[in-house]
Design a protein around this ligand. Structure first.
Ligand code: PXL
Length: 277
């Protein structure tokens, strides 16, 4: 009998705005992987809206996870996203130490900032904690801002060509991750580069056209397609290629239908394309 795989999604649960678990669970489910949500916070909408209800789930996380320990639950994959406090990073590290065994795939999306700026919650202490979490990752999906922060390198748009990216990926790979994709690197005025580094292969690039404004939740769509593809046995390069192509298609749909940028990606329209026989 074929045993169905399970992936833990350690991320926030946000009602409106298509991000985090609301995006990742249906995407990995479409890829025939059972999604298990481990909430870090509960929000009515994501933080790009002028108003939102926010309930930090940190005080409940240890008890929530304890039941999985008592049930001797096993996961084939673990994917982590935005984390709000140092304590949350400790809880996630403990989760990975407990469940990230027996070849479980660990994807860390080090959601820390963008355009050279860190999110307000990213104190120097939080940055140090995030560096610790990188050590647990098999797959790391930083943007350029996050990669620079994790390596204590000053960010500057246009400063990093493929030689610099290779050096940076090699440096961060020394901390643990076997596969790294640096996402969303602006290239000329009309393209976006994804730089792919694997310890056992030559670096590769997946280029996509830039379509319209940046849309919230794009990173969650990309990381969940990568996680699902990779767990289903595809190469890292193929996983990134599929993720970038899928996200582009969703973004084009949003642009064509004038969907506001903070409503996230209309991934539902193309979900069927992630289903394999
Ligand atoms: O990955 C995007 C995201 C996830 N979760 C929350 C957010 C955002 C983007 O703003 O606010 C709560």
């Amino acid at each position: 009998m074929h045993k169905q795989k399970k992936m833990a999604l350690i991320n926030d649960v946000t009602g409106f705005g298509r991000c985090s678990v609301a995006v990742m669970a249906p995407i990995v489910s479409a890829m025939k992987i059972q999604a298990v949500a481990v909430p870090t916070a509960i929000l009515s909408t994501h933080t790009q809206f002028p108003e939102y209800y926010f309930d930090d789930y940190t005080p409940h996380m240890r008890e929530y996870i304890q039941t999985y320990k008592e049930l001797d639950m096993e996961f084939d994959g673990i994917a982590t996203g935005f984390l709000g406090s140092e304590e949350q990073v400790d809880i996630v590290s403990d989760f990975i130490r407990t469940f990230g065994v027996n070849d479980a795939m660990v994807l860390v999306d080090p959601v820390m900032g963008d355009y050279g700026r860190l999110y307000k919650t990213y104190t120097p202490q939080m940055c140090e904690k995030m560096k610790e979490l990188v050590g647990f990752a098999d797959i790391l999906t930083p943007n350029l801002t996050e990669l620079c922060t994790l390596l204590d390198i000053e960010y500057g748009e246009g400063r990093f060509g493929t030689d610099e990216l290779l050096d940076m990926c090699r440096d961060i790979a020394k901390k643990g991750p076997r596969h790294i994709v640096v996402t969303g690197i602006p290239f000329h005025s009309d393209q976006i580069m994804n730089y792919i580094y694997s310890q056992d292969a030559d670096p590769r690039i997946v280029m996509v056209d830039r379509i319209g404004a940046d849309r919230s939740g794009t990173g969650d769509v990309i990381s969940s397609v990568i996680a699902g593809m990779f767990l289903n046995g595809h190469s890292f390069y193929e996983s990134v290629r599929k993720a970038a192509g899928f996200a582009s298609k969703c973004i084009k749909y949003c642009e064509d239908n004038q969907v506001p940028a903070h409503w996230g990606l209309c991934f539902e329209m193309y979900l069927k394309e992630l289903m394999e026989d």
